[in-house]
Design a binder for this molecule. Structure first.
Ligand SMILES: [Zn+2]
Length: 81
C-alpha cells in the first residue's frame, strides 16, 4: 500500500497493487489506483475512474493520460463513475 496522486485527475489515491493488467480491475474501492505501464515504456499512476475513462481501443498513450485531466475538469464525469 502506498499513497500518491493520480497522474490523470490529480486526486489523492491509494495504491493497492503494483503493475497490473489494465483490464483486470473489478470492484475496487473508490480512491484506489494502479500503475499502468504504457507501450512507450513510461508508467503512470491512475485512479480507477481515470483508467475507465481511457479509450477502449488499443494501448493507452501519454496523450490519453493528459486528456484525462481535461475530462475531469470539463465534465466532472469521473466523480460519478
Ligand atoms: Zn484520476
Amino acid at each position: 500500500m502506498a499513497n500518491g496522486s493520480c497522474d490523470g485527475c490529480g486526486r489523492p489515491v491509494t495504491v493497492t497493487g503494483g503493475i497490473a493488467n489494465l483490464w483486470t480491475f473489478g470492484e475496487e474501492s473508490e480512491g484506489s489506483a494502479m500503475t499502468l505501464e504504457l507501450a512507450d515504456g513510461t508508467s503512470h499512476l491512475l485512479c480507477y475512474p481515470c483508467i475507465e475513462a481511457l479509450p477502449d481501443e488499443g494501448e493507452p498513450t501519454a496523450t490519453d493520460i493528459e486528456r484525462l485531466e481535461q475530462v475531469d475538469e470539463e465534465t466532472s464525469r469521473l466523480d460519478v463513475l
